[in-house]
Design a protein around this ligand. Structure first.
Ligand SMILES: [Zn+2]
Ligand SMILES: [Zn+2]
Length: 227
């Protein structure tokens, strides 16, 4: 990807993300590096899968928007998953070839970012859009321009079996609220009628066969050989 194209994507990312920060471009660079190392194009459909080791409501949050931007693995398409390890790493999986690559942010790059004037204000509780925008832009630009090897560690490609659930097109009306619902997400109530999960007061009752495998135990999952 040339400089002009990267700039265009990052501008789009800024509009989508909503504020200027270092996290979104960091995720974009990580996703792009993962894509290029794995030798895949940006995903137009749901074939590639991204596994982001981040969680929510902490400093690792912003960068997932950049990962989505670079890889085309998005929450809407259902081919990105958070692993809730609270770490700045992403594994990009090509299920068709059973190959994957893991890109993680270097500790020293993170520590440098944590000590930046922008992050100091974030740590003091200032929302990103309310921080001096010159500081925010400086953080954004420094991440966007840094060489890959200053920012990231990249695994060698490794074998990774991944099977996404089949896409279903089956829908029906909930017997209680009447709203059209994906059949696979419905439940049978006490009267034997097919109802939506919301009508059973269990919106997080996710069908077991759809729950994404979180991989083996251990904080460093997956554990490919580092290069
Ligand atoms: Zn952000
Ligand atoms: Zn319902």
């Amino acid at each position: 990807m040339d400089e002009r194209e990267m700039k265009e994507w990052l501008e789009l990312g800024l509009k989508f993300h909503g504020h200027v920060c270092g996290g979104m471009p960091l995720g974009f660079r990580a996703g792009l590096l993962a894509r290029e190392t794995l030798g895949v194009e940006r995903e137009p459909n749901s074939r590639l899968v991204a596994l982001a080791e981040t969680g929510e409501y902490h400093l690792a949050g912003c960068w997932v928007d950049g990962i989505m931007l670079a890889t085309g693995c998005t929450y809407g398409k259902g081919n990105i998953h958070k692993l809730f390890f609270g770490k700045w790493a992403v594994t990009l999986v090509d299920p068709g070839r059973s190959r994957a690559i893991r890109v993680s942010v270097r500790n020293d790059a993170l520590e440098q970012a944590f000590n930046s004037p922008f992050l100091k204000q974030r740590l003091a509780g200032v929302p990103p859009s309310e921080i001096d925008q010159n500081l925010a832009r400086a953080q954004f630009d420094s991440v966007a321009a840094a060489p890959n090897d200053r920012l990231f560690q990249v695994s060698a490609p490794f074998n990774f079996e991944w099977k996404s659930p089949e896409t279903t097109f089956a829908v029906q009306r909930c017997a209680q609220c009447g709203e059209i619902t994906v059949t696979r997400h419905m439940r049978v109530n006490a009267e034997g009628k097919a109802v939506c999960a919301a009508c059973l007061h269990s919106p997080f009752d996710y069908p077991e066969d759809l729950v994404v495998t979180r991989g083996p135990e251990g904080c460093c999952w997956p554990t490919p050989d580092k290069t």
